[in-house]
Design a protein around this ligand. Structure first.
Ligand code: GSH
Length: 205
């Protein structure tokens, strides 16, 4: 079987899946696909009809959505990165969905209103509301990490990678509120210090 092909660039949500595959350490091909322009070309739309990155092709499987890609990669190739018992497996799904629904929208609101929207459409109030909105999920993360170093216990798993990957947008959007939550800050620093994260950021260079 040919090696998995991942579509995207590190400067996008594809970083999450590049990080996962780098952490797993299997051979793969990164097909550089920019989210502006390239992701809307007809040949790419046959891979991801949403016109977004990342996407994965692995043998007969074509998959979109970063979290689904990461859970698949970890389960198929990731060894200990993927929890073996059903309860921990479900907790990995829980945290992955939680990162997308409870953290990402706030970081996106900051990104849009600080950098992406035309200047006359940016609303500072929305940045303030998003920063406030992040306090509760970050406090929850902090409690989860109070008595254990990783989200599911002692070992770094795909749950940690997925949530840390979503949170890694913080630097890009200029959000420094993670530092207010010491357990979260220590966990996040450890996760993003993994060599696989640095390799993912440079992938395709
Ligand atoms: N929920 C998706 C979001 C993917 C996404 O929005 N990717 C952006 C790049 S960061 C994109 O491709 N945008 C192109 C567009 O919206 O036209 C995931 O996590 O994979």
């Amino acid at each position: 079987m040919s090696k998995p092909r991942l579509y995207g660039i590190p400067g996008s949500r594809a970083l999450r899946s590049i990080w996962a595959i780098e952490e797993i350490g299997i051979d793969y091909e990164l097909v550089s696909t920019h989210f502006i322009g390239e992701s809307k070309k007809p040949e790419y739309l046959t891979i991801n009809p949403n016109g977004k990155v990342p996407a994965l092709v692995d043998g007969d499987l074509t998959l979109f959505e970063s979290m689904a890609i990461n859970l698949y990669l970890a389960k198929t190739y990731g060894g200990a990165l993927y929890p073996k018992n059903p309860a921990d497996e479900a907790r990995a799904w829980q945290w992955s969905v939680w990162g997308l629904t409870e953290i990402e929208p706030h970081l996106m609101a900051i990104l849009l209103n600080r950098f992406m929207l035309p200047e006359d459409q940016r609303e500072p109030d929305k940045i303030a509301a998003a920063e406030k909105g992040l306090k509760r999920p970050l406090a929850l993360l902090d409690r989860q990490l109070a008595d254990q170093p990783q989200l599911l216990g002692g070992d770094f798993t795909i749950a940690d990678l997925n949530v840390a990957a979503v949170l890694s947008m913080s630097a890009m959007v200029g959000f420094d509120g993670v530092a207010e939550h010491p357990n979260t800050a220590a966990w996040f620093a450890a996760a993003t210090s993994r060599p696989s994260f640095a390799r993912a950021q440079k992938a395709g260079e």
